[in-house]
Design a protein around this ligand. Sequence first.
Ligand SMILES: [Zn+2]
Length: 84
Amino acid sequence: MISFTLDDEQESLLRDWQKNHACKYRVEDGNRYTGTFGGADTFTFIPTSVEEVVIVKCACGAEIDLSPEHIFFQKLKKRKDSSK
Ligand SMILES: [Zn+2]
């Protein structure tokens, strides 16, 4: 078996993005409607020699990069921005 997982931090970032990105499929209650069966998000896992690249794409075209290295650099950037 081969399985791909998100750790707690990746899941938290994903859930936040799912609820909050500007999305043409968002309906009044805040959820996204992309049809009876849902299926708004496409998950891409790319195993590389240094990390597992994780990209999630919404049906609206928005993407979030949940790769560990990307998350690390986002946090670094946030820390730099807040110390200005
Ligand atoms: Zn969307």
